[in-house]
Ligand binder design. Sequence first.
Ligand code: GLU
Length: 457
Amino acid sequence: MTVTVRFAPSPTGRIHIGNARTALFNWLFAQKHKGRFIQRFDDTDTARSKQEYADSILYDLHWLGIFPDATDYQSRRIQIYDDAVERLKKAGVLYPCYETPEELDLRRKIRRTRGLPPVYGREALTLTAKEIQDLEADGRRPHWRFLLPNFKSDPQEPERTDIHWNDLVRGEETVDLASVSDPVLVREDGTYLYTLPSVVDDIEMGISHVIRGDDHVTNTGVQIALFKALGADVPAFGHHNLLTTTTGEGLSKRTGSLSIEGLRSDGIEPMAVASLAVLIGTSENVQPMATMAELAGHFNPAATSKSAAKFDPEELVVLNRALMHSLSFADARDRLAILGISGDKAEPFWNAVRGNLDRLSDAVSWWRIVHEGPLEKPEFEPEELQFVREAFDLLPDEPWTATVWKDWTNKVKEASGRKGKALFLPLRLALTGLVSGPELADLLPLLGREGTLARRP
Ligand code: GLU
């Protein structure tokens, strides 16, 4: 069996880091099993779905390093769902219902007060042909519910019916079909809700493993019943925990919170996003992984916790910084060139500054400091000014070697009697305009004797 997975967002907004977690779980699972990854857009809600969102989701996936083997849209597959509906009707497990939302709400309340579970009471099954005729004559159109197999012979007497599966993430799972309502599969206007198209596609597309958020655990019980009603093999399921903000709120595509696009424009590296999205809320340490292959080596769905994982965007910056520190010049070269950082000095420059960057784009201001001098002219107290000027007068002659900083500061130490911070800080300030930054031993050769002297205050 070829492992086949799918990522199935509805294109109703930009994806966020929580959606990326689902996509990455599927992608890494496919990578590990040399399987296929299908990008499926669940766009049966035509009012809210937009092509531009689908396009942006594909863009975000590519940026993360996910390259689907195939892409499809549910809105283009309606005929297949219509056929499945006919089969379910023929089998007698899809029945028309005429209740309005208000009527359903009232019934739910009555059931609650009677101590009954607030599930649909299957009243529509007791409608006579005449009653149906009258409702239709009144202009009512039916919505269609799937009759869950949770009874022996009388649907009005549902009994505990446990559906079991061995979840890739959560282990043994059970959903009691008597605890859920018969799901509406088709709306009054003939459009489809999520449940049926998802199952039909999973069958048609040969999905072997459905990996998604744990907000779908109950759906899975219902969908397993639907797979069986359609005479199909049931795939394996895995439900990962969801990510929340630090204050415990869920992430939403619609509000754009922590969107991949936002993180990208904030200069966060795709592998920082991927490392956090995959490793947070698992028993693995969250560490920066440089490549998807490396991340795949640490990916273990069964090590994922069952409770929601709180996610702090600050952690992304920490991971980003770590990725910058270990990013080789060969890997950074092209991106640096786009930022205007190129030429002979680009490589030693990169090696000097990368340890000080939160984001790759932070290299630009260091490049300016190296080429043009401090971004703001440093101010010195008179005593410091005199010290710095005297120090500059002791700059070694050319040619400069790798030890020039050491040679120079040794001379300054001897002449001034200063050491430690009192010696280095004023020099750093004069050279860079800042109190911290890359090793001066690395920067000085980049400035050259002439460039250094130009910074004499
Ligand atoms: N469109 C569904 C969602 O975004 C897909 C769930 C699934 O993977 O089956 O929640």
